[in-house]
Design a protein around this ligand. Structure first.
Ligand code: ADP
Length: 399
């Protein structure tokens, strides 16, 4: 073996240089090659504790200058059994005689073995590094030092990978649960429509058939039933629309000028009634879901006209600013404004700040807007002073 001090320096340099590897396998593989070559050992195995109890699996398996396919093996009757969760072990020669039941040693023609356990930061056994050779080991103490240096780094890397994997699994699980919840919302709101339709039509039938035969009180009750059923229908329809956001395959280049123009045409009656003055600045062409973007602009413009003191003519300005990674849109009104404490609440589904008798609505519009904006990798928020108008701002990612 080379000069011992030089080897320690080279090991430290290797660890420092490979400290920020992006590709985890390149770290383990290159470390195994480094150890194999520098320590002149035929085999280097970096193992982590396997899923099956009492077994380990290789993260990298270096054999005679090459990285081989990973394997897993039971620890029982192998020299590794004395290492994992235990101590550094050195068997300088005659390894096959010492572990006659280890059926890997013969095909490897192994003669000697040195292994070091790997521990995580909480002291849990997470694996080992094992070196084997076809000749006796003569410089065990130098190899031990090198292994002690690299073991800490490898253990950290394994621990980090385990955390990353756990996080990935958690994200996948959350994604699955989210999909399940969306599916549930869709099915529930879809299936609720039918009995509701029956309820309203039966109610209407009942009212027309028994007209004049019921007293005033009964008529009032029926009227309430009818109104509630209609409102329930509106809520269920809103929920169904909410669950459908992003489900249509309509991702394309969207000219926002065109979209807003179409929205204004659709709601021209309301605009004329309120005499609203709507100013539209030059808007960009973005990549997005056209139907959803249309719904987004419509919800914000309708709200801007709706949440207005009587006798005040709505003034609405729609504009956009280009930024490095996204477009920042704003819909500004001169309406009733929103209290500081309510600025986040209003984006929660079914949350409303006013009585229905004053401002009609379901409380679904802004949660739709939030879902649509998030579908475009953006954010939505409001800037407002109570009594002094609101500006809804949202971003649409350029990517
Ligand atoms: P809806 O309009 O059906 O009530 P939204 O989800 O669209 O439901 O809005 C939630 C609440 O946010 C509204 O009930 C209202 O209190 C408030 N809000 C929304 N837009 C404005 C606005 N432009 N000005 C003032 N308040 C608003």
């Amino acid at each position: 073996m080379k000069d011992y001090k030089k080897l320690v320096d080279e090991t430290l340099f290797f660890i420092a240089q490979k400290g920020w590897t992006i590709n985890e396998n390149s770290f383990y593989d290159s470390l195994a090659i480094f150890l194999g070559e520098k320590l002149d050992m035929a085999y280097v195995l970096i193992d982590k504790v396997g899923e099956e109890e009492g077994s380990v699996e290789t993260i990298t398996f270096y054999a005679n200058g090459e990285i081989k396919t990973n394997i897993s093996y039971p620890l029982q009757n192998t020299p590794c059994e004395n290492v994992v969760g235990k101590n550094l072990c050195v068997y300088s020669d005659n390894i096959q005689k010492l572990f006659p039941e280890d059926d890997m040693l013969v095909p490897l023609k192994a003669e000697s073995y040195i292994g070091i356990p790997l521990w995580d930061s909480e002291g849990k056994a997470i694996g080992l590094i094992a070196l084997l050779d076809t000749k006796p080991i003569t410089n065990a103490s130098a190899i031990e030092t090198i292994l002690q240096i690299v073991a800490v780094r490898v253990a950290h890397e394994i621990e980090r990978n385990n955390y990353e994997q756990a996080l990935l699994n958690k994200n996948k699980e959350l994604e699955r649960q989210n999909k399940e919840l969306e599916q549930f919302t869709y099915i529930a709101s879809h299936d609720l429509q039918e009995p509701l339709r029956t309820l309203t039509s039966m109610n209407q039938l009942f009212q027309s058939e028994f007209k004049g035969r019921l007293d005033e009180r009964a008529d009032t009750y029926l009227k309430f039933i009818n109104e509630s059923a209609k409102r329930m229908q509106m809520l269920v329809k809103g929920l169904l629309d909410y669950s459908k956001i992003g489900k249509l395959d309509n991702f394309a280049e969207v000219d926002c000028n065109q979209v807003v123009k179409e929205v204004l045409a659709d709601i021209s009656l309301t605009i004329n009634e309120s005499k609203a003055k709507i100013t539209i600045e030059d808007l960009p062409v973005v990549w997005g879901y056209k139907t959803e973007l249309r719904q987004l602009f419509q919800n914000l413009i309708v709200n801007a006209m709706k949440f207005m003191d009587k006798d005040i003519i709505p003034e609405i300005r729609i504009s956009a600013t280009e930024r490095e990674k996204d477009w920042l849109f704003s819909v500004k009104d001169n309406g009733i404004g929103i209290d500081e404490n309510d600025k986040e609440k209003i984006f929660v589904i079914f949350r409303r700040l006013h009585d229905r008798s004053k401002y009609e609505g379901t409380g679904i519009g802004l949660s739709n807007c939030k879902k649509i904006v998030e579908l475009h990798n953006g954010n939505i928020w409001v800037e407002s002073v109570l009594g002094n108008g609101s500006t809804f701002l949202f971003t649409i990612s350029k990517v």
